[in-house]
Structure formats: C-alpha cells, structure tokens
Design a protein around this ligand. Structure first.
Ligand SMILES: [Fe+2]
Ligand SMILES: [Fe+2]
Ligand SMILES: [Fe+2]
Length: 353
C-alpha cells in the first residue's frame, strides 16, 4: 500500500468530489441532507491530514512555499467555518442549499488548486522518501487521533516541530463519542488498506478490519445504543435504524470472510460493504453521537470509554449476523463465543462502573 502523502490526499480529493456530486444530483431535501451528513466528516478528516501532517512539514522544509501554505490553510479555515454552521443547521433552513453550494465551490477551488500547481511543487521539493514519511504520519494520525482540536494554522517556520504538537502516542479521548469517531476513522483507513494490498498483506489487513468492525459494533450495540435509546428523544427509532444497518453490514462481512480475499467477487462486495459501513458511521455521527453529547451527562459519556476499551481488549475475530438482537442470537459456533465474551466483558465493565 502506498503511503505517499500526495497519493493519499488525491484519494481524499476524489472521495470529496464524489460526495459533492451526490449532493448536486440529490433531488429531494432528505437526500441533500444525507449527502451533507457524509460531506462534513469527510472534509474534517481531510483537513486534519493536511493541517497536521503535510502543511507543517512543507513550512519547515520548503520556505519558498510558505505563503501558499498559509493561503491553503486559510481556505481550510473558511471551509471549516461553513461546515460548523451546516452541522447545526436545520436542512429545512432556506440557506441550507445555498451554504452547501458555497462550501462545494470553495473546497473545489481549493483542491483543484492543490492538484494543479501546489502538489507538483511539493513533490519536487520534498521527494519520494519525505512524502512517504508524511503519508505514514497521516495514517498514524488517523489511527491514534489528534491531540489538538484545532489545526496549527500558524505553525512556526523555524525548522522546529510545532511546540503544541501532540505527542506521537497521545490518545486524546475525552469521552466515548471521541473514541467511536476515532474508530470510524480507523475503519475507513483499513478499508483502503485492504483494497490496495495484495496476497498475504491483503488477508492480514482484512483480518484486522473484521476484528475492528466486530469490536466496534459490539461495543456500540451493548453499551452505547442502550444509552441513546434511554436518553435521546426518539432514541428507540434512532437506535433501531442503526441496528438494522449494523445487521446488514455484518451479513455482508460474514459473506466476505467466507469467500476470502482471493475470490473474484471479493472486490465488488468489499466496495459495497465499505459504502454501507461508512454511511452507517455518518448516520451515527449525525443522528446519535451529536445528541449523546447534548442529552447525556458528560460523566456518563466519559465512563463509557472504559467499556469500549474493554471490548477492544478482547477483539473477537469474526462477525456474527444477529448478534445485535438478543432474541435473534440463537446460532451456535466459535464466532459466537467470541462475541459472547465481548458482551460479557462489556456487561461486567458496566456493572463495575
Ligand atoms: Fe487542502
Ligand atoms: Fe455502529
Ligand atoms: Fe460506529
């Protein structure tokens, strides 16, 4: 798998353009709103990669490009402000479409400019090895999360690393929402890794993806959705919709696991799973997590961190359709025992909470 920073960023640009087209071709307010819910997290992830990994490196090593980095960074800032407004805006608001259209125009100009003349200059200045190092940091950042809420828009240019940069091994999780969003990012990265790898590396990456999805969804089902069901207005409907999505994804995951990465049908089914899992994650972030923060006491959300971490510790290795419903959970087998162990651990941890 390539870790070249510019290759990774071009992939981000491609995904962002695809999401923009989705918004532009949406013919109902509900579809437009759904497209925006996917656009916002994709842009946040993309900005973070550049703001925290590439821009500081370019400022340090290529002072001739400094002014351009500052301009790029300001363009990110404008997009970030529009995203923040859209995140809290009712899709029925008369300005919702107009604001999204301006966001799309702004970001399209920005990414086109980066691709046309800025990336080539950066590639020439940094070279292959540096770009691979930056790309590796981008991937690590997505695995570990960032220590800063805000990107370093005014990173120093004196050759030193930014003073307030997060330590490499920092896991800046404030509550369970932070942790689950970090896992969504890891899941997105792992899909890319599986898609790009071959042979044994592909099998190994897919195995990690299966484990991560199993842990993540089990922890949500057992510990987080019940809290949402209890506290959120309309929580029952919100959680039922998420459980249905999780069930669907697990069935596809189980089918993929059974056929194995060498099967001719694997890439198509993997792409299908990727689309549905990422859509599910953006639904959770838009409909559930935001309201957890609003309606659930902060201490309770902090306490749930250790429950999700306990599930991570046991990491079941196989998906099991039906696990999200206790009554549907009647199938026997080794995979089930792993899920049950995770469930037990989660319940024990809640009990000790
Ligand atoms: Fe950018
Ligand atoms: Fe989920
Ligand atoms: Fe999730």
């Amino acid at each position: 798998m390539s870790t070249d920073a510019i290759v990774l960023l071009r992939e981000d640009h491609k995904e962002i353009r695809r999401l923009f087209r989705e918004f532009q071709s949406a013919n109902t307010p509900a579809r437009k709103a759904a497209a925006v819910r996917r656009i916002l997290p994709a842009l946040a992830t993309y900005r973070q990669r550049e703001d925290e990994c590439l821009y500081p490196q370019v400022r340090t090593l290529l002072p001739d490009l400094d002014q351009r980095v500052l301009e790029n960074s300001e363009q990110h800032h404008v997009a970030e402000a529009l995203c923040a407004e859209l995140a809290t805006m009712n899709p029925d608001d008369e300005r919702f479409t107009a604001k999204t259209t301006v966001l799309i125009e702004t970001v399209t100009r920005h990414i086109t400019g980066e691709e046309q003349d800025w990336f080539p200059q950066v590639r020439k200045g940094l070279g292959r090895k540096q770009l691979q190092d930056v790309g590796a940091r981008m991937i690590a950042l997505r695995k570990n999360g960032s220590g800063k809420k805000k990107p370093a828009r005014t990173a120093p240019t004196n050759g030193a690393a930014p003073k307030n940069a997060a330590p490499k091994d920092a896991v800046p999780v404030q509550d369970v929402v932070d942790l689950l969003i970090q896992q969504h990012t890891q899941i997105r990265d792992l899909f890319l890794e599986v898609e790009k790898a071959d042979g044994e590396a592909k099998r190994e990456a897919f195995h990690r993806l299966v484990r991560l999805l199993a842990v993540h969804e089990t922890a949500e089902e057992q510990a987080v959705h019940p809290v949402a069901r209890l506290h959120l207005q309309g929580g029952g409907d919100i959680v039922d919709a998420r459980l249905a999505e999780e069930h669907q994804a697990k069935e596809t995951l189980a089918a993929l696991e059974e056929m194995g990465p060498d099967a001719p049908e694997f890439p198509r089914l993997l792409a299908e799973l990727r689309a549905s899992v990422l859509e599910h994650a953006s639904h959770e972030e838009a409909y559930e997590f935001r309201y957890l923060r609003r309606d659930v006491p902060a201490a309770e959300l902090r306490a749930l961190v250790k429950v999700v971490k306990a599930a991570e510790a046991i990491a079941p290795t196989h998906p099991h359709p039906g696990i999200e419903s206790a009554t549907a959970n009647t199938l026997a087998g080794p995979a089930l025992s792993l899920f049950d162990r995770t469930k037990d651990l989660v319940h024990n941890t809640i009990g000790k909470g």
